[in-house]
Design a protein around this ligand. Structure first.
Ligand code: SER
Length: 341
């Protein structure tokens, strides 16, 4: 029997990574190899073919990975998120840009070795957008992929640039080399995720974290001080839909893909509406506002919602979890169960 191909997941121990491991394992078409700074916890290891604890900046380690595994798909999830990135912008640049460059280079050399395009799946973010004023934010409404691209965080700048890097590797890498027009190049695919909310994990280091943080706090009967004001609005998405987006994009026929990076929407709500949802589910929730002006400013620079027409047209994107279903059928019951007893 032919060995199944390998999918590499970087940042596998993060929020998206853990869910993706479960889905890819159920899906069964790949043997899963993971890379994360911290060792993968015992629960997820049996689902993986091999797990590595190491740094994506370690080129020697990446070379070893490429030498030992016929990687056909890379899910490059490792990143330093937006709030942490503002605390250490140079480190964010190293991880988010140099790290991504290393992974792209590795995927490109595998592409040449296998003589077929390695798929490179990359989570970009609404942080790639940067809207100067609230009036403009309101005027944009559901933003298109080509609008408002002046990110104000290092993380957003890094994500936007990494989208360009991916497009470059896919279409133009070493364009002056002899026979360049005949060379095989990797297959880069990216989605700009809204703020993600998982019932399993509390995020760390992000700026959309106020949503999931208040929900997880309420379920544990802990008070929560929200760092943005009640009017602050961005799109959110439940984790199962984020995984669905990655899997659908993985499966989309290449010739259908017209953009290097796609918006994917699910629902959008203000912080006040978020608080109301939390209080409906957990009537004793104690949520107050303690606005952190800098973090609030970041949220204000992100779009209120996204126009995901291109994803819907090109690869039939449609979320399973609208706002009611996300809260009533996924988040609230699963978070309640998580903290029971
Ligand atoms: N959720 C991320 C953050 O807040 C945005 O992609 O940094």
């Amino acid at each position: 029997m032919q060995k199944r191909p390998v999918a590499l997941i970087t940042g596998a121990n993060g929020e998206i990574g853990r869910s993706l491991i479960e889905t890819l394992h159920r899906d069964g078409r790949y043997r899963i190899v993971t890379l994360d700074l911290s060792p993968l916890p015992e629960k997820w290891r049996p689902l993986c073919h091999e797990t590595y604890a190491g740094n994506i900046l370690d080129r020697y380690l990446l070379d070893q990975l490429a030498a030992h595994h016929e990687i056909e798909a890379v899910f490059h999830l490792a990143a330093l998120l937006s709030t942490r990135g503002e605390r250490d912008p140079e480190l964010a640049h190293q991880i988010n840009v140099e790290g991504t460059l290393h992974l792209l280079r590795m995927a490109q050399s595998l592409t040449m070795r296998l003589d077929r395009p390695v798929k490179f799946l990359f989570p970009s973010s609404i942080a790639a957008y940067g809207i100067p004023t609230l009036a403009q934010k309101q005027a944009f409404g559901r933003i298109r992929e080509d609008q408002g691209l002046e990110p104000i965080t290092m993380y957003g700048v890094n994500k936007l640039y990494a989208e360009h890097l991916g497009r470059y590797f896919m279409r133009h890498y070493r364009m002056l080399a002899a026979n360049s027009e005949r060379s095989v190049r990797l297959d880069f695919r990216s989605v700009r995720f809204p703020g993600l909310i998982s019932a399993e994990t509390v995020p760390s280091g992000g700026t959309s974290d106020y949503g999931p943080e208040m929900l997880h706090a309420a379920a544990q009967n802990k008070p929560y001080a929200c760092f943005v004001g009640p009017e602050a609005q961005i799109p959110f998405m439940a984790m199962p839909d984020a995984i669905k987006a990655l899997m659908s994009l993985l499966d989309a026929p290449r010739e259908r893909l017209s953009l290097p990076a796609y918006n994917v929407g699910a629902f959008s709500l203000t912080a006040a509406e978020f608080v109301a949802r939390v209080k409906k589910a957990f009537p004793n929730a104690q949520v107050t506002y303690a606005i952190d002006p800098a973090r609030a400013r970041i949220v204000d620079s992100w779009p209120a919602d996204v126009d995901d027409t291109a994803a819907r047209n090109d690869w039939q994107w449609s979320p399973d979890y609208g706002i009611d279903r996300a809260f009533d059928e996924y988040l609230v019951p699963a978070i309640r169960a998580r903290y029971r007893d």
